[in-house]
Design a protein around this ligand. Structure first.
Ligand code: FAD
Length: 328
């Protein structure tokens, strides 16, 4: 039986597409086709797809919102799964009974990893649970946010801060429950970047709070985002990770800024164009697809920025965006 028939047998007639262009599934709007493509709408479907790829002996790729991803122009061989598992629920409320009245103080909220961060933030604000409200406006899914430990910087808060446990697929397709420590979270870091495991659900431990205050906080983040980031454009957000504070001290950046955008700006690349891709004039760490940019155009700007920053400051900057596929 050929690979397509094998996948169809496991995933259902009409559910697997061939040579599906991936650009539309990313915010960069860049990328070649997936050899095979499937949308998972439940954790069961996500697990089935993972096992079907294994059985067919092909590579398994997982896409969340595609907001932090640059896919190669030649596309991706194997099965690309778009994670649209959107479930969110309160699994437990924690508190005490005082004078016959129960006072909820915390809750465990479980989200499928295909749930959008914005959907989760809105749910937790409405329910009056604090810990994620500052992430309103963060594009992408819960899974993508765990992969990169996505953050808000005013003041700094990471999505991983309030993670309690997560459900990860084992190579056999069973689910293992792991604690937050397993992820080894850091700035733009999680263990998933090494293991490439698939997380199917995340359980967050959140504190009871006044919904009105949470919405005020969420709104403030959104407003700050609108003032500082270019909006309504084709981008994957910040291209590079910021540098370590010790490196900023060594270089002597103004106010000890660790901003990769500052370094890129200082090399004269702010606003630089290659093909149809360019470094934003507003935020030097954002690369924008002006329409019709290729992954090669973007990769050229990435390589150029790395080389210039290395030459000028003797510092290596590393991409935050995830490059998928071949780039040679
Ligand atoms: C306009 C704009 C603003 C942004 N602002 C911010 C910001 O303020 N802070 C910030 O930190 N980031 C920001 N980003 C970057 C991006 O939104 C985040 O990194 C986001 O969390 C990525 O989620 P995603 O679902 O889109 O991931 P994707 O791009 O779909 O995937 C990224 C990586 O995560 C992996 N992955 C996805 N789901 C899972 C899963 N379930 N299990 C295991 N691995 C998985 C993928 O395989 C891939 O390797 C911004 C991006 C844009 C376009």
């Amino acid at each position: 039986m050929d690979t397509y028939s094998l996948l169809t047998q496991d995933l259902g007639e009409g559910r697997v597409k061939r040579q599906e262009g991936l650009a539309r599934y990313t915010t960069f709007k860049i990328g070649g086709p997936a050899e095979f493509f499937y949308v998972a709408q439940s954790v069961e479907e996500l697990t089935k797809a993972f096992l079907a790829a294994k059985k067919a002996g092909i590579k398994f790729w997982l896409l969340g919102g595609g907001t932090n991803t640059l896919i190669s122009d030649s596309g991706l061989p194997g099965l690309v799964v778009k994670n649209e598992t959107r479930g969110i629920k309160i699994v437990r409320q924690l508190g005490q009974v005082k004078n016959g009245k129960s006072a909820v103080r915390q809750a465990l909220v479980e989200a499928d990893t295909g749930a959008l961060i914005n959907q989760l933030v809105r749910f937790t604000c409405d329910q009056g649970f604090s810990g994620l409200e500052m992430h309103l406006g963060l594009p992408g899914t819960v899974g993508g946010a765990l992969f990169m430990n996505s953050k808000w910087t005013h003041p700094t808060a990471y999505v991983g801060d309030v993670l309690y446990q997560a459900k990860i697929l084992t190579p056999e397709g069973t689910i293992k429950l792991v604690n937050k420590d397993y992820f080894n979270f850091g700035y733009d870091q999680s263990i998933l970047q090494k293991t490439r495991e698939t997380v199917v659900a995340a359980i967050f431990l959140l504190n009871k709070a006044d919904p009105e205050k949470l919405w005020v906080r969420a709104h403030e983040s959104m407003e700050y985002r609108k003032q500082t980031q270019p909006m309504g454009i084709q981008t994957a957000g910040c291209t590079f990770r910021n540098i370590a504070p010790a490196q900023a001290l060594r270089i002597g950046t103004p106010n000890q800024t660790t901003s990769a955008g500052y370094l890129i700006d200082a090399t004269g690349l702010k606003g630089a164009i290659h093909g149809k891709a360019h470094f934003s004039d507003q935020h030097a760490n954002f690369i924008i697809n002006q329409g019709g940019a290729t992954a090669r155009d973007v990769k050229w700007l990435i390589d150029e920025a790395k080389a210039r920053v290395q030459e000028k400051f003797k510092v290596t900057i590393e991409p935050e965006i995830v490059l998928l596929g071949k780039f040679n």
